[in-house]
Design a protein around this ligand. Structure first.
Ligand SMILES: C[S@@+](CC[C@H](N)C(=O)[O-])C[C@H]1O[C@@H](n2cnc3c(N)ncnc32)[C@H](O)[C@@H]1O
Length: 302
Protein backbone atom coordinates (compact mmCIF):
# COMPACT_ATOMS: atom_id res chain seq x y z
CA UNK A 1 0.00 0.00 0.00
CA UNK A 2 1.86 3.07 -1.21
CA UNK A 3 -0.56 5.82 -0.16
CA UNK A 4 1.46 6.25 3.04
CA UNK A 5 4.73 6.84 1.23
CA UNK A 6 3.35 8.92 -1.57
CA UNK A 7 1.49 11.10 0.91
CA UNK A 8 4.77 12.08 2.50
CA UNK A 9 6.64 12.77 -0.73
CA UNK A 10 3.68 14.28 -2.59
CA UNK A 11 3.03 18.00 -2.22
CA UNK A 12 -0.68 17.47 -2.97
CA UNK A 13 -2.76 17.29 0.21
CA UNK A 14 -4.48 13.94 0.95
CA UNK A 15 -7.96 15.37 1.05
CA UNK A 16 -10.94 13.16 1.78
CA UNK A 17 -11.80 13.13 -1.93
CA UNK A 18 -8.32 12.07 -2.89
CA UNK A 19 -8.20 9.38 -0.21
CA UNK A 20 -11.51 7.98 -1.45
CA UNK A 21 -10.38 7.83 -5.06
CA UNK A 22 -7.01 6.29 -4.26
CA UNK A 23 -8.41 3.72 -1.85
CA UNK A 24 -11.28 2.72 -4.14
CA UNK A 25 -8.76 1.81 -6.82
CA UNK A 26 -6.48 0.07 -4.32
CA UNK A 27 -9.31 -2.09 -2.95
CA UNK A 28 -10.57 -2.85 -6.46
CA UNK A 29 -7.09 -4.07 -7.36
CA UNK A 30 -7.07 -6.13 -4.15
CA UNK A 31 -10.19 -8.02 -5.23
CA UNK A 32 -13.04 -6.19 -3.48
CA UNK A 33 -16.21 -6.07 -5.56
CA UNK A 34 -17.61 -3.26 -3.40
CA UNK A 35 -14.51 -1.08 -3.24
CA UNK A 36 -16.21 2.32 -3.24
CA UNK A 37 -18.69 1.35 -0.53
CA UNK A 38 -15.96 -0.31 1.54
CA UNK A 39 -13.83 2.83 1.27
CA UNK A 40 -16.60 5.15 2.31
CA UNK A 41 -17.79 3.00 5.23
CA UNK A 42 -14.26 2.70 6.60
CA UNK A 43 -13.49 6.39 6.18
CA UNK A 44 -16.79 7.45 7.73
CA UNK A 45 -16.00 5.15 10.67
CA UNK A 46 -12.61 6.73 11.40
CA UNK A 47 -14.03 10.20 10.90
CA UNK A 48 -16.98 9.25 13.12
CA UNK A 49 -19.47 10.79 10.69
CA UNK A 50 -22.37 9.49 8.58
CA UNK A 51 -21.23 8.26 5.15
CA UNK A 52 -23.26 10.94 3.40
CA UNK A 53 -21.19 13.64 5.14
CA UNK A 54 -18.09 12.56 3.24
CA UNK A 55 -19.51 14.27 0.16
CA UNK A 56 -19.66 17.63 1.90
CA UNK A 57 -16.07 17.25 3.13
CA UNK A 58 -14.36 16.22 -0.11
CA UNK A 59 -11.74 18.98 0.08
CA UNK A 60 -11.00 18.65 3.81
CA UNK A 61 -7.65 17.38 5.05
CA UNK A 62 -8.62 14.74 7.68
CA UNK A 63 -5.22 14.94 9.38
CA UNK A 64 -2.51 12.40 10.14
CA UNK A 65 -4.26 10.56 12.95
CA UNK A 66 -7.32 9.78 10.86
CA UNK A 67 -5.18 8.82 7.89
CA UNK A 68 -3.11 6.41 9.99
CA UNK A 69 -6.21 4.71 11.43
CA UNK A 70 -7.81 4.56 7.98
CA UNK A 71 -4.68 3.09 6.40
CA UNK A 72 -4.65 0.28 9.00
CA UNK A 73 -8.29 -0.62 8.28
CA UNK A 74 -7.77 -0.47 4.52
CA UNK A 75 -4.79 -2.81 4.83
CA UNK A 76 -6.96 -5.35 6.67
CA UNK A 77 -9.78 -4.96 4.15
CA UNK A 78 -7.31 -5.54 1.30
CA UNK A 79 -6.28 -8.76 3.06
CA UNK A 80 -9.91 -9.90 2.93
CA UNK A 81 -11.38 -8.96 6.32
CA UNK A 82 -15.03 -7.96 5.79
CA UNK A 83 -15.86 -4.31 6.45
CA UNK A 84 -18.52 -5.22 9.03
CA UNK A 85 -15.93 -6.92 11.23
CA UNK A 86 -13.55 -3.96 10.85
CA UNK A 87 -16.13 -1.41 11.94
CA UNK A 88 -17.88 -3.83 14.33
CA UNK A 89 -21.43 -3.29 13.12
CA UNK A 90 -23.84 -3.91 10.27
CA UNK A 91 -27.26 -2.52 9.40
CA UNK A 92 -30.25 -4.88 9.19
CA UNK A 93 -33.86 -3.76 8.67
CA UNK A 94 -32.63 -0.18 9.27
CA UNK A 95 -31.23 -1.10 12.70
CA UNK A 96 -27.57 -1.11 13.67
CA UNK A 97 -26.28 -4.46 15.00
CA UNK A 98 -22.99 -5.21 16.68
CA UNK A 99 -21.13 -8.00 14.89
CA UNK A 100 -17.85 -9.79 15.59
CA UNK A 101 -16.07 -12.70 13.89
CA UNK A 102 -18.12 -14.94 16.23
CA UNK A 103 -21.32 -13.96 14.42
CA UNK A 104 -22.41 -14.24 10.82
CA UNK A 105 -22.60 -10.84 9.13
CA UNK A 106 -26.31 -10.06 8.61
CA UNK A 107 -27.36 -10.36 4.96
CA UNK A 108 -30.05 -8.20 3.34
CA UNK A 109 -31.71 -11.43 2.05
CA UNK A 110 -32.61 -12.31 5.63
CA UNK A 111 -34.89 -9.27 5.81
CA UNK A 112 -37.35 -11.32 3.74
CA UNK A 113 -37.87 -13.67 6.71
CA UNK A 114 -38.81 -10.67 8.88
CA UNK A 115 -41.17 -9.36 6.22
CA UNK A 116 -42.87 -12.75 5.80
CA UNK A 117 -43.59 -12.87 9.54
CA UNK A 118 -44.85 -9.28 9.65
CA UNK A 119 -47.16 -10.14 6.74
CA UNK A 120 -48.51 -13.22 8.59
CA UNK A 121 -49.40 -10.91 11.47
CA UNK A 122 -50.82 -8.18 9.25
CA UNK A 123 -53.02 -10.71 7.43
CA UNK A 124 -54.26 -12.21 10.72
CA UNK A 125 -52.66 -15.55 9.87
CA UNK A 126 -50.73 -15.66 13.15
CA UNK A 127 -51.21 -14.06 16.56
CA UNK A 128 -47.40 -14.09 16.90
CA UNK A 129 -47.53 -13.97 20.68
CA UNK A 130 -44.55 -16.30 21.00
CA UNK A 131 -41.68 -16.64 18.55
CA UNK A 132 -38.55 -18.81 18.62
CA UNK A 133 -35.44 -17.87 16.66
CA UNK A 134 -33.21 -20.92 16.14
CA UNK A 135 -29.53 -20.15 15.49
CA UNK A 136 -29.90 -16.50 16.39
CA UNK A 137 -26.27 -15.46 15.72
CA UNK A 138 -26.07 -11.70 16.29
CA UNK A 139 -29.76 -11.80 17.21
CA UNK A 140 -31.02 -9.92 14.16
CA UNK A 141 -34.24 -11.90 13.69
CA UNK A 142 -35.33 -11.97 17.33
CA UNK A 143 -34.32 -8.36 18.00
CA UNK A 144 -35.85 -6.90 14.83
CA UNK A 145 -39.09 -8.80 15.32
CA UNK A 146 -39.19 -7.82 19.00
CA UNK A 147 -38.99 -4.16 17.98
CA UNK A 148 -41.74 -4.63 15.40
CA UNK A 149 -43.95 -6.78 17.67
CA UNK A 150 -43.62 -5.29 21.15
CA UNK A 151 -46.26 -7.60 22.68
CA UNK A 152 -44.55 -10.81 21.57
CA UNK A 153 -42.17 -12.86 23.70
CA UNK A 154 -39.14 -14.51 22.16
CA UNK A 155 -36.80 -17.44 22.76
CA UNK A 156 -33.53 -17.44 20.83
CA UNK A 157 -31.02 -20.29 20.68
CA UNK A 158 -27.51 -20.79 19.42
CA UNK A 159 -24.80 -23.41 19.73
CA UNK A 160 -22.22 -20.64 19.99
CA UNK A 161 -22.01 -18.98 23.40
CA UNK A 162 -19.86 -16.21 21.98
CA UNK A 163 -22.54 -15.40 19.40
CA UNK A 164 -25.21 -15.45 22.13
CA UNK A 165 -23.23 -12.86 24.08
CA UNK A 166 -23.36 -10.52 21.08
CA UNK A 167 -27.07 -11.25 20.55
CA UNK A 168 -27.76 -10.31 24.18
CA UNK A 169 -25.84 -7.06 23.74
CA UNK A 170 -27.87 -6.25 20.64
CA UNK A 171 -31.10 -6.95 22.52
CA UNK A 172 -30.00 -4.54 25.25
CA UNK A 173 -28.91 -1.81 22.86
CA UNK A 174 -32.27 -2.00 21.07
CA UNK A 175 -34.23 -2.02 24.35
CA UNK A 176 -35.87 -5.41 23.79
CA UNK A 177 -33.89 -7.50 26.31
CA UNK A 178 -37.01 -7.98 28.45
CA UNK A 179 -38.82 -9.60 25.51
CA UNK A 180 -36.14 -12.16 24.60
CA UNK A 181 -34.77 -15.12 26.50
CA UNK A 182 -31.55 -16.63 25.17
CA UNK A 183 -30.67 -20.33 25.33
CA UNK A 184 -27.42 -22.12 24.60
CA UNK A 185 -27.74 -25.48 22.86
CA UNK A 186 -28.46 -27.54 19.78
CA UNK A 187 -31.23 -26.16 17.53
CA UNK A 188 -34.55 -26.16 19.42
CA UNK A 189 -33.50 -28.69 22.08
CA UNK A 190 -33.14 -26.08 24.85
CA UNK A 191 -36.77 -25.07 24.24
CA UNK A 192 -38.29 -28.49 25.03
CA UNK A 193 -41.58 -28.04 26.90
CA UNK A 194 -42.27 -24.57 25.44
CA UNK A 195 -44.59 -23.84 22.52
CA UNK A 196 -44.60 -21.07 19.95
CA UNK A 197 -46.85 -19.47 17.36
CA UNK A 198 -43.89 -19.02 15.02
CA UNK A 199 -40.48 -20.66 14.74
CA UNK A 200 -38.06 -18.79 12.51
CA UNK A 201 -34.57 -19.82 11.53
CA UNK A 202 -31.78 -18.88 9.20
CA UNK A 203 -29.74 -22.00 9.90
CA UNK A 204 -26.49 -23.12 8.27
CA UNK A 205 -27.42 -24.29 4.74
CA UNK A 206 -24.19 -24.19 2.75
CA UNK A 207 -22.94 -27.55 1.49
CA UNK A 208 -19.30 -28.50 2.03
CA UNK A 209 -18.63 -28.25 -1.72
CA UNK A 210 -20.24 -24.80 -1.91
CA UNK A 211 -18.20 -23.62 1.07
CA UNK A 212 -15.03 -24.51 -0.84
CA UNK A 213 -16.22 -22.14 -3.59
CA UNK A 214 -17.03 -19.26 -1.22
CA UNK A 215 -15.00 -16.05 -1.41
CA UNK A 216 -11.91 -15.59 0.73
CA UNK A 217 -13.78 -13.02 2.85
CA UNK A 218 -16.40 -15.61 3.83
CA UNK A 219 -14.17 -18.67 4.15
CA UNK A 220 -11.40 -17.09 6.18
CA UNK A 221 -13.37 -14.69 8.34
CA UNK A 222 -16.98 -15.80 8.95
CA UNK A 223 -17.66 -18.66 11.38
CA UNK A 224 -18.04 -21.93 9.47
CA UNK A 225 -20.43 -23.12 12.21
CA UNK A 226 -22.85 -20.46 10.97
CA UNK A 227 -22.62 -21.51 7.35
CA UNK A 228 -21.87 -25.16 6.68
CA UNK A 229 -24.64 -27.73 7.15
CA UNK A 230 -22.97 -30.84 5.75
CA UNK A 231 -22.51 -32.63 2.42
CA UNK A 232 -25.83 -31.47 0.88
CA UNK A 233 -26.74 -28.27 2.75
CA UNK A 234 -30.06 -29.80 3.89
CA UNK A 235 -28.73 -31.52 7.01
CA UNK A 236 -29.81 -28.91 9.57
CA UNK A 237 -33.28 -28.56 8.03
CA UNK A 238 -33.66 -32.36 8.18
CA UNK A 239 -33.33 -32.17 11.96
CA UNK A 240 -35.14 -28.89 12.54
CA UNK A 241 -38.27 -29.44 10.41
CA UNK A 242 -39.52 -32.48 12.42
CA UNK A 243 -38.26 -31.01 15.72
CA UNK A 244 -40.27 -27.81 15.19
CA UNK A 245 -43.54 -29.76 14.92
CA UNK A 246 -43.27 -30.61 18.63
CA UNK A 247 -42.85 -26.96 19.60
CA UNK A 248 -45.38 -25.26 17.35
CA UNK A 249 -48.86 -24.45 18.55
CA UNK A 250 -51.66 -25.80 16.32
CA UNK A 251 -51.66 -23.61 13.17
CA UNK A 252 -48.20 -22.32 14.11
CA UNK A 253 -45.75 -21.43 11.35
CA UNK A 254 -42.24 -22.58 10.61
CA UNK A 255 -40.38 -19.88 8.63
CA UNK A 256 -37.00 -20.82 7.17
CA UNK A 257 -34.46 -18.87 5.18
CA UNK A 258 -32.75 -20.90 2.48
CA UNK A 259 -30.79 -20.66 -0.74
CA UNK A 260 -32.42 -20.55 -4.17
CA UNK A 261 -30.84 -23.96 -4.88
CA UNK A 262 -32.42 -25.64 -1.85
CA UNK A 263 -35.86 -23.98 -1.79
CA UNK A 264 -37.58 -26.77 -3.78
CA UNK A 265 -36.09 -29.57 -1.66
CA UNK A 266 -36.97 -27.72 1.53
CA UNK A 267 -40.54 -27.23 0.35
CA UNK A 268 -40.78 -31.01 -0.21
CA UNK A 269 -39.28 -31.68 3.22
CA UNK A 270 -41.96 -29.59 4.91
CA UNK A 271 -44.70 -31.31 2.90
CA UNK A 272 -43.30 -34.76 3.76
CA UNK A 273 -43.54 -33.86 7.44
CA UNK A 274 -47.19 -32.85 7.12
CA UNK A 275 -46.90 -29.07 7.11
CA UNK A 276 -49.66 -27.40 5.11
CA UNK A 277 -49.84 -24.09 3.23
CA UNK A 278 -46.20 -24.62 2.27
CA UNK A 279 -44.98 -21.59 0.32
CA UNK A 280 -41.79 -20.21 -1.15
CA UNK A 281 -41.19 -16.45 -0.97
CA UNK A 282 -38.71 -14.55 -3.09
CA UNK A 283 -36.24 -11.96 -1.85
CA UNK A 284 -35.92 -8.47 -3.31
CA UNK A 285 -33.58 -9.80 -5.99
CA UNK A 286 -36.33 -12.23 -7.09
CA UNK A 287 -34.61 -15.37 -5.74
CA UNK A 288 -36.49 -18.05 -3.81
CA UNK A 289 -35.38 -17.26 -0.26
CA UNK A 290 -37.91 -18.15 2.44
CA UNK A 291 -39.89 -21.37 2.79
CA UNK A 292 -42.74 -21.52 5.28
CA UNK A 293 -45.37 -23.99 6.33
CA UNK A 294 -48.07 -24.33 8.94
CA UNK A 295 -48.54 -27.07 11.50
CA UNK A 296 -51.76 -29.02 11.12
CA UNK A 297 -54.54 -27.82 13.41
CA UNK A 298 -54.37 -30.98 15.52
CA UNK A 299 -51.67 -33.62 15.93
CA UNK A 300 -48.15 -33.39 14.58
CA UNK A 301 -49.29 -34.33 11.08
CA UNK A 302 -46.08 -36.26 10.41
C1 LIG B 1 -26.60 -18.63 9.12
S1 LIG B 1 -26.25 -18.17 10.79
C2 LIG B 1 -27.64 -17.11 11.10
C3 LIG B 1 -27.43 -16.13 12.19
C4 LIG B 1 -28.55 -15.09 12.28
N1 LIG B 1 -29.81 -15.71 12.59
C5 LIG B 1 -28.65 -14.32 10.99
O1 LIG B 1 -29.65 -14.51 10.28
O2 LIG B 1 -27.73 -13.56 10.67
C6 LIG B 1 -26.64 -19.65 11.66
C7 LIG B 1 -26.48 -19.59 13.17
O3 LIG B 1 -26.83 -20.88 13.69
C8 LIG B 1 -25.92 -21.25 14.69
N2 LIG B 1 -25.88 -22.73 14.72
C9 LIG B 1 -25.24 -23.57 13.89
N3 LIG B 1 -25.52 -24.84 14.22
C10 LIG B 1 -26.37 -24.79 15.26
C11 LIG B 1 -27.03 -25.77 16.05
N4 LIG B 1 -26.87 -27.08 15.80
N5 LIG B 1 -27.82 -25.35 17.05
C12 LIG B 1 -28.01 -24.03 17.32
N6 LIG B 1 -27.41 -23.06 16.60
C13 LIG B 1 -26.61 -23.43 15.58
C14 LIG B 1 -24.61 -20.61 14.31
O4 LIG B 1 -23.76 -20.45 15.41
C15 LIG B 1 -25.09 -19.29 13.69
O5 LIG B 1 -25.15 -18.29 14.66
Amino acid sequence: MSQANSSESDSQVWTIGRLINWTRQYLTDSGSDSARLDTEVLLAEVLDCPRIMLYTRFDDDPGDEVRTKFRELVKQRAAGCPVAYLVGHKEFFSLKFKVTPDTLIPRPDTEEAVQVILDLVKNNQSPARSIADIGTGSGILAVTLAKELPDARFAATDLSDTALKIARENAVSHNVADQIEFFSGDLAEPLAGQTFDIIVSNPPYVSEAEFDQCSRDVKQYEPSLALVAGPTGLEVYQRLVPQALNLLNPDGWLVLETSPMLAGSLQQLLQQHGYREVQIHQDLAGNPRVVLGQRQTSGSGS
